[in-house]
Design a protein around this ligand. Structure first.
Ligand code: 5AD
Ligand code: SF4
Length: 469
């Protein structure tokens, strides 16, 4: 088993000292020191950005959505698909104008893309206005790097390939007052052949249960109502701990924390989703009746080449077992269309899984080759138009299923968490069902942040509509 490097409390204290030094510098600036943090990609990145904001806050920065008034710009990137990377390159390229107008503005690129050697090289050579590049492994050193940029100038690259560490005690500025992310583990050991994540986020390492429980307890005391436990593969939580425990045990302990709140988690890997987990979900009243369980492809040959280590039958059996325990379980999944060598018939197997499981929602992706992964070297004869046609069939089928599943809510009254104000003027609030379906609600906006009964009056393939009872 790999050893996890725990960043010592003294190291983090040193970083907080750097924050204080930076705060003394920024206090002398003529303008108010403002930071702009832009986040791409998954919830793990959102959670990382909340820690970057935590550090920035301690460095004396306020926050802005306007790049022009920011004296530090942080772009937290995602490497999962090429398209996401191209968008980042486009946006980072455009920052050259900001740098020209405000040469003192620090431009930082971090996250999964930054950890890719090819990206770091490109930034080093062709994006010379970027001052700081660091990967997810170096996030805990952010204050030290900013301090060095402000005092010594020059560019900094911290993108060494490391198995990864855990740092407790990093300050957090959360974006939301109702829903919160709690990372329970970092990294991934699975090496699915299409996926870049294990290369950029290092090996699986679990936070200690005591640290996780303390964080959740604090959030509940602060009034958070909806807590998502995060990890690339939460089902393998705890295997690396000195005193091993599994994810189901952790759920049970989080569930035992007093208070009225919901527990969600993502992402699960089918190979590690156990009967014990399903039974725990069924028994724990705070655990939301929803499971995001990516199956990626419905064909066994493709699953094997993807190195998924589960078959279509394994998957369907697990879903069946879960539905037997929690009949109203909301199911979502990830699917990749056009994996190298996937034939037209093999793709049909994916459609069949959709028909059989009837997911409530699906995240669908066209395969994107990631340099350095095994799949990027595989023969990929299917033309892009054919992949696109398959993709469209997949989404059309899922749209139909989502619409049918949503229609079944109409007329029911559901206890929902009112989690936001609606941007659609016909509705006052947005809400989430326990299964995380979006509801647009007519009712008193002062109910924001509460669990309340909502009568569902309408639905489409995207969301539900209703009124406060
Ligand atoms: N191409 C397309 N989709 C991918 N995903 C991961 N890697 C790739 C890739 N190279 C998808 C998977 C995963 C989700 C987060 O992104 O479906 O579950
Ligand atoms: Fe990528 Fe597979 Fe790990 Fe998910 S489980 S992050 S798809 S390698």
């Amino acid at each position: 088993m790999e050893r996890t490097t725990l960043i010592s409390p003294a190291e983090i204290e040193k970083q907080l000292d750097f924050c204080r030094s930076v705060a003394r510098l920024t206090a002398r600036w003529e303008e108010k020191p403002l930071a702009f943090v832009d986040t791409y990609g998954c919830q793990q990145n959102e959670a990382d950005s909340e820690r970057l904001r935590g550090f920035l806050d301690k460095m004396g920065f306020g926050f802005t959505q306007n790049e022009e008034e920011a004296r530090i710009i942080v772009i937290n990137t995602c490497a999962i698909r090429e398209h996401a990377e191209q968008r980042v390159f486009g946006n980072v390229g455009a920052l050259v104008h900001v740098k020209r107008r405000h040469p003192d503005t620090l431009i930082c690129l971090c996250g999964c893309m930054a950890q890719r050697p090819q990206v770091a090289k490109k930034i080093r050579e062709s994006y010379r206005h970027v001052d700081l590049v660091f990967g997810p492994q170096a996030l805990w050193k952010f204050p030290e790097m900013v301090h060095s940029l402000l005092t010594r100038r020059g560019r900094t690259f911290s993108v060494e390939d490391e198995p990864g560490s855990i740092a407790e005690g990093i300050p957090v500025v959360r974006q939301d007052k109702i829903r919160a992310w709690v990372s329970i583990m970092y990294g991934c050991n699975n090496f699915c052949t299409y996926c870049i994540v294990p290369y950029v986020r290092g090996r699986e390492r679990s936070r200690k249960p005591g640290d996780i429980l303390a964080e959740v307890r604090r959030l509940v005391e602060e009034g958070y109502k909806d807590i998502t436990l995060l990890g690339q593969n939460v089902n393998s939580y705890g295997r690396d701990l000195e005193e091993p425990m599994d994810f189901a045990d952790l759920l049970e302990q989080v569930n035992a924390i007093p208070g009225d709140f919901l527990i969600r988690f993502m992402t699960s890997h089918p190979k590690d989703a156990t009967q014990k987990l399903f039974e725990t979900m069924a028994r724990c009243e705070k655990v939301a009746p929803v499971l995001h369980l990516p199956f990626q492809a419905g064909n066994d040959r493709i699953l094997k080449v993807m190195n998924r280590r589960h078959t279509r039958a394994d998957y369907l059996e697990k879903i069946k077992a879960l539905k037997a325990l929690i009949p109203d379980i909301v199911l979502t999944s990830d699917v990749i269309v056009g994996f190298p060598g996937e034939t037209a018939e093999e793709f049909e197997d994916t459609l069949r899984v959709l028909e059989e499981v009837r997911f409530d929602a699906l995240f669908t992706f066209i395969y994107s080759p990631r340099p350095g992964t095994p799949a990027a070297e595989m023969d990929d004869p299917m033309p892009r138009e054919e992949k696109l046609a398959n993709f469209n069939r997949l989404t059309a089928l899922q749209d139909r299923i989502s619409e049918e599943k949503h229609a079944a809510y109409v007329g029911k009254t559901v206890r929902c968490l009112l989690d936001g104000l609606s941007d659609d003027e016909r509705y006052d609030l947005t809400a989430r069902t326990p299964g995380n379906r979006l509801v647009r609600v007519v009712g008193d906006p002062s109910a924001l942040g509460q669990f309340q009964n909502v009568k569902i009056t309408g639905a489409n393939k995207w969301s539900l509509f209703g009124e406060l009872v």
